[in-house]
Design a protein around this ligand. Structure first.
Ligand code: LMR
Length: 345
């Protein structure tokens, strides 16, 4: 090629690179330079047809739409990437960018999170939301400061119910001699069952169905949507609706990754997360109601709804846990939760 032609070609290429490089998106808003794509891996342990599963997918779709495809959120449900006991570590190392574990599971980092495991701490979602969206939530979030994780939101799962394969559990003495699966990392949950005379085995969520069907444990506690979507009810013919404890999620993102994102992307993620959080909470209540009807109509489960006087009996057995764990959880957090509860019916 002639020397002047080479120079013109180089000049032409430089102009093209500079001008297209300023706006990597094509005219239709979809053509994103693949090298610029931000991939967020969102790993969780439950089925897709659960409040968390559905909300993760909705969040992924909305973020992708609202960033014109610049951000792709890949959702990995059912512990396919990491299970309980692995996912917090994976998040901190940046192997995944978002997880949404049950709050109890954060107790391995900060034992204060066991606050939410205290039986009968809250009586309804309204109390839970007021507490977690207010001072209490801020204080819990602050405990995560030293770690490479940044909290984005609190999502609901719902109130826990008890299932087992042996007999109806109505009064505290009915628990004696039974073994229950409890979530990993929470001493409060272990003590809750021990004070009823039951034994416990800590186990990741992904192992529970097998353990129940092989009789390695007799029962477990969970929300109705988990009991239904994991088919626990198929091997657990006794269900007590006790609403004895709240089970919720904290949506966490890898902190280093979060602050490496452009601020406009962080804004979209934050706004979308806030919107999806409201949707998720409604969905959790709906799914728990819907799945309860399905379990009922399966005819496979004998359901007992706890009466107020039975609740008093259980509560009397659990009362000492508030004292026993006061120094672990912190007086301030317990009092904050109880104060918020008193402001609402
Ligand atoms: C459990 O381990 O039972 C739950 O925390 C699972 C979940 O994420 O809902």
């Amino acid at each position: 090629m002639l020397d002047w032609a080479k120079k013109w070609l180089l000049f032409f290429m430089a102009v093209v690179l500079i001008t297209t490089g300023c706006d990597r998106r094509g005219p239709d808003g979809e053509q994103v330079d693949p090298r610029e794509k931000i991939v967020i891996k969102f790993s969780h342990v439950v089925a897709e047809d659960t409040p968390k599963g559905q909300a993760a997918r909705r969040f992924a779709r909305l973020v992708e739409e609202r960033t014109g495809g610049r951000v792709e959120v890949q959702v990995f449900p059912n512990s396919v990437l990491y299970k309980d006991g692995e996912e917090l570590d994976a998040l901190q190392k940046g192997a995944v960018q978002i997880i949404a574990p049950t709050t109890s599971k954060l107790s391995s980092l900060a034992p204060q999170w066991q606050l939410l495991d205290l039986p009968y701490l809250f009586e309804n979602e309204e109390q839970v939301h007021k507490a977690l969206d207010g001072e209490l939530g801020k204080k819990l979030f602050a405990t995560l400061e030293p770690y490479n994780i940044y909290p984005l939101a609190f999502w609901d799962n719902g109130f826990k119910q008890i299932t087992n394969s042996k007999r109806p559990v109505v009064h505290p003495e009915d628990f004696k001699g039974l073994t229950f699966r409890v979530m990993i990392n929470s001493k409060v949950l272990e003590e809750q069952f021990h004070s009823l005379g039951a034994d416990t085995i800590q186990m990741p969520f992904s192992d529970v169905y097998d353990a129940l069907s092989k009789g390695q444990v007799d029962g477990q506690e969970n929300t109705v949507s988990n009991i239904y979507s994991q088919r626990f009810y198929e091997t657990q013919p006794y269900l007590t609706v006790s609403n004895h404890g709240y089970m919720g999620y904290v949506v966490l993102i890898n902190k280093k990754f979060w602050f490496s994102l452009p601020s406009d992307i962080r804004k979209v993620i934050e706004e979308t997360m806030a919107e999806v959080t409201l949707w998720e909470r409604e969905q959790a209540a709906k799914l728990n109601r819907k799945n309860f009807e399905k379990i009922k109509s399966s005819g496979e489960v004998k359901i007992h709804i706890q009466t107020p006087s039975e609740r008093d009996e259980w509560q009397a057995v659990f009362a000492h846990l508030y004292q026993q764990f006061r120094s672990v959880i912190g007086n301030e957090l317990i009092e904050e939760a109880l104060r918020t509860k008193r402001t609402l019916p």
